[in-house]
Design a protein around this ligand. Structure first.
Ligand SMILES: *Cc1c(COP(=O)(O)O)cnc(C)c1O
Length: 384
C-alpha cells in the first residue's frame, strides 16, 4: 500500500505533519527581517535543547559536516588527539582527523562493546607534558547501538586539564539527558535528521568559551566550515551563506513541539522506547548486539542467530512497509537495527514489534511464543 511507509531507521527519522506543512511554503529571503526573527527563535530553542548558554551554530551540512567542523576549528596540524573508535562513526572521525594531518591515536573497542573509560584515564594521566589537545568521542555509536560512557570519559578529560572534549552527539542529542554546560563539554555536534524531527540538511555545533580560546590559535585550514563566521553572523541572527530557509521553518515548529513536551518527558520517552524494544527482542529469543548497560537511547541492534537479518528486513519492508536499518561494513547481513529516535511513540514500537513477530513466523523461526514480544513491550509501557 502506498504512503504507509514507516521509517524505523536511525536517520532520517519520521517528521511530524506540522513540520512538513511549515516547510511547504515559498522560501523567504535569508537577509530579511522575517528570517532573522525565525533564526532568533530557533537559536534560543537550540540552546534550550542543548542545555547551554553558549553558542549553538547552524550549518548547512549533514551530521558529518557538523562533526568535521567540530574537529577542524580548534586544532592545528600535528596536534595529538585521542579518538574513540568502536563503530562506523568512530572510525570516520579517525579518518577525518587523519585527513587533516592530526596525530591520531585511536582508542578502540570491539564493535558492539562500549569504549573503556579506563584506557582514556590511563592515556590522559600519562600525558604529563600535556601534549593531548583533544579527545573525540562518539556518544551514541549508531552503527552498533552502543552508548559510550561520555560522563566518565569527560571526567578524565577534565582531570587532564588541557585537552578539549569534542563529541558526536548525532543520535544522543534530543534522546538522552546531556546537560552540556553542567558537564563542561567543549564542542558538541549533531544533525537535523536524527533527534530533531526535521529532514536532513542542517548540522549543529555547540561551542563553549574554552573552545573559542583554542579557535584563536588553531591553524587547520577552514573556510565554509569556519565556525567564527557563523558565530559573528549568528549574533545578528543571520548566517554567512544561504541557509536552507524552509528547513528553518520546519525546525522552528519542531523545537516548539519539543518545548511543549519538555526535556524530561522527551528523555523519559526515549528510555521507555528503548526498554520496551529491548524487552520485546529478548522475549522473542533474539540476541541483542549491545549490552544492557551500554544501550543507545536511539537505536537497538539485534544479531539474530537462527534467521537471516537481511531476510527479516526484506519481509518487514515488503509486507509491512516498515524500514529497519541493516548492518554496516562487517556487520552487513549479520545485524539489523530498530531506530526509535525523534518523532516515535509507544504505538510505533508496538506496531514494529508486532510486525517483527509476524515476519519471524513467516520466515519459519519458531523459537518463541507468538505474542511474547508485544506482551513484553506492553508490560514496559504499562509500568513506566
Ligand atoms: C548519522 C550520524 C552521523 C552523521 O551522518 P550524516 O550522514 O553525515 O548525517 C554522525 N554520527 C552518528 C553517530 C550518526 O548516527
Amino acid at each position: 500500500m502506498e504512503n504507509k511507509l514507516m521509517l524505523m531507521i536511525p536517520g532520517p527519522t519520521p517528521v511530524p505533519e506540522q513540520v512538513l506543512l511549515a516547510m511547504a511554503k515559498h522560501p523567504i529571503g535569508h537577509r530579511s527581517g522575517d528570517f532573522s526573527k525565525i533564526m532568533a527563535e530557533v537559536t534560543d530553542g537550540l540552546k534550550w535543547l542543548h542545555q547551554t548558554q553558549n553558542d549553538v551554530l547552524s550549518l548547512t551540512v549533514s551530521g558529518t559536516g557538523a562533526v568535521e567542523a567540530a574537529i577542524i576549528n580548534f586544532l592545528s596540524p600535528g596536534d595529538r588527539v585521542l579518538v574513540g573508535s568502536n563503530g562506523k562513526f568512530g572510525e570516520r572521525w579517525v579518518e577525518v582527523a587523519q585527513a587533516y594531518g592530526l596525530a591520531v591515536e585511536p582508542i578502540t573497542a570491539e564493535w558492539g562493546q562500549p569504549l573503556d573509560p579506563e584506557t582514556f584515564r590511563e592515556t590522559l594521566e600519562a600525558d604529563t607534558e600535556k601534549t593531548i589537545k583533544a579527545v573525540i568521542i562518539t556518544h551514541s555509536e549508531t552503527s552498533t547501538g552502543v552508548l559510550n560512557d561520555l560522563e566518565t570519559i569527560n571526567r578524565h578529560v577534565k582531570a587532564h586539564g588541557e585537552a578539549l572534549i569534542i563529541v558526536d552527539t548525532v543520535t544522543s542529542l534530543g534522546s538522552y539527558n546531556l546537560p552540556i554546560d553542567a558537564l563542561g563539554l567543549d564542542v558538541v555536534a549533531s544533525g537535523s535528521q536524527k533527534g530533531y524531527m526535521v529532514p536532513p540538511g542542517l548540522g549543529f555545533v555547540a561551542v563553549n568559551a574554552r573552545a573559542w580560546e583554542a579557535y584563536k590559535t588553531a591553524k587547520l585550514p577552514r573556510f565554509y566550515l569556519d565556525l567564527g563566521k557563523y558565530r559573528k553572523d549568528a549574533a545578528k541572527n543571520t548566517t554567512p551563506f544561504t541557509p536552507p530557509v524552509n528547513m528553518f521553518f520546519g525546525l522552528q515548529v519542531a523545537l516548539r513541539m519539543m518545548q511543549a513536551e519538555g526535556l524530561e518527558n522527551i528523555f523519559a520517552r526515549h528510555q521507555r522506547l528503548t526498554s520496551a524494544t529491548r524487552a520485546a527482542v529478548k522475549a522473542m529469543g533474539l540476541p541483542l548486539f549491545a549490552p544492557d548497560h551500554a544501550a543507545s537511547p536511539a537505536i537497538t541492534s539485534v544479531i539474530p542467530d537462527r534467521v537471516d537479518a537481511e531476510q527479516i528486513r526484506a519481509v518487514m519492508k515488503k509486507r509491512y512497509d516498515i524500514v529497519l536499518a541493516g548492518g554496516q561494513d562487517h556487520l552487513k547481513g549479520k545485524i539489523f537495527r530498530i531506530g526509535h529516535l525523534g518523532f516515535v511513540s509507544d504505538r510505533d514500537i508496538l506496531t514494529a514489534i508486532g510486525a517483527l513477530e509476524a515476519t519471524l513466523q513467516e520466515l519459519g523461526y519458531e523459537s518463541f511464543t507468538p505474542g511474547a514480544g508485544v506482551a513484553a513491550a506492553a508490560k514496559v509501557f504499562a509500568t513506566s
